[in-house]
Design a protein around this ligand. Structure first.
Ligand SMILES: C[S@@+](CC[C@H](N)C(=O)[O-])C[C@H]1O[C@@H](n2cnc3c(N)ncnc32)[C@H](O)[C@@H]1O
Length: 288
């Protein structure tokens, strides 16, 4: 048991040490206060503590477009620096979840020292137990396998929730954007809505004209066909951003048209556009 712990702690330290951010973080961080001085690389429950570099934290919050209306959760909050930066530099409300009790208490004192204790809450808890479903932005500096372990919970969050990681990706869920600041990398995703299935669309030509839209989906990637006037054609350039679906098709006179729609459960509503809106449409999912 002890041997297994040592092996896994070594593996974690190696994963971080192979990352250039590690060295940078270790050099530039003021550690702790008079009550508690953590060590970079000290073990945590599932991952060691390595603080995110300030410039990387800034880049992470910027790529997620954090704003004052956001509720940012940092999973594995360490000394609280990302939650504090979200409040202090971006005006957001933030919550940090940290398993190590001494670290959580240090993070709380840091929120007071930074003058943001009214905007930042530090929870002493486990990220695999605590509820972070209300977050509009989730930040993480964990490890690849932990990102994969928490991914199913993230994919159940509200469509449109923004996720940003320091250093590590999320397996076959391709990022929507990446951060590359020279010495650091990060990844950004938007939780996709559920678009897959067969949809009956109404109002296509500004009348009762109906169409059948069939969509397949892998995370935020969507493709499929639309059947209009008895003819089936592939949809083009489809994107799914949270709950916002957009694609191009050809109308009855072979004119290129765009559909932009918002999915809400098994209903959607939106518009057919040329350059400006032409028709309002609605849709119902008839099968998954
Ligand atoms: C790599 S550090 C990142 C700290 C901070 N997010 C940052 O970017 O500066 C990971 C942190 O997660 C904490 N941690 C490890 N497993 C955890 C768990 N299951 N729940 C909550 N925190 C955890 C560790 O104690 C450590 O402070």
């Amino acid at each position: 048991m002890k041997f297994r712990f040592l092996v896994s702690a070594t593996a974690l330290a190696t994963a971080f040490a192979m990352n250039p951010v590690f060295a940078q973080s270790a050099e530039s961080t003021q550690l702790g206060d008079e009550k508690y001085q953590p060590r970079v690389g000290q073990s945590g429950k599932d991952v060691i503590w390595v603080p995110t570099n300030d410039a990387v934290a800034d880049a992470m919050l910027k790529v997620a477009k954090v704003r004052p209306t956001d509720l940012v959760y940092d999973l594995g909050a360490g000394d609280g620096k990302i939650a504090i930066a979200a409040a202090k530099n971006f005006g957001a409300t933030a919550v940090g979840i940290e398993y190590n009790k001494d670290m959580a208490e240090l993070a709380r004192r840091n929120t007071e020292r930074a003058g943001v204790s009214d905007k930042v809450k530090i929870i002493h808890g486990d990220i695999f137990v605590e509820d972070f479903s209300k977050a509009t932005v989730v930040t993480m500096y964990l490890l690849p396998d932990l990102n994969l372990k928490i991914r199913p919970t993230i994919l159940k969050m509200a469509p449109g929730t923004r996720i940003v990681t320091n250093s590590f990706n999320m397996g076959d869920w391709e990022p929507d954007d990446t951060i590359g600041t020279g010495y650091a990398q990060g990844y950004f995703w938007i939780v996709p809505g559920k678009a897959a299935g067969k949809w009956a669309l109404k109002g296509m030509e500004g009348s009762q004209q109906e169409a059948t839209l069939e969509l397949t989906q892998s995370y935020q990637r969507v493709g499929g066909t639309i059947k209009l006037y008895g003819t089936t054609q592939p949809i083009l350039g489809a994107t799914l951003t949270g709950n916002r679906l957009k694609f191009t098709f050809l109308d009855h006179s072979k004119q290129s048209r765009i559909i932009e729609a918002t999915i809400n459960g098994d209903e959607l509503s939106g518009q057919v556009l040329e350059n400006s809106p032409l028709y309002s449409i609605t849709g119902t999912r008839t099968s998954q």
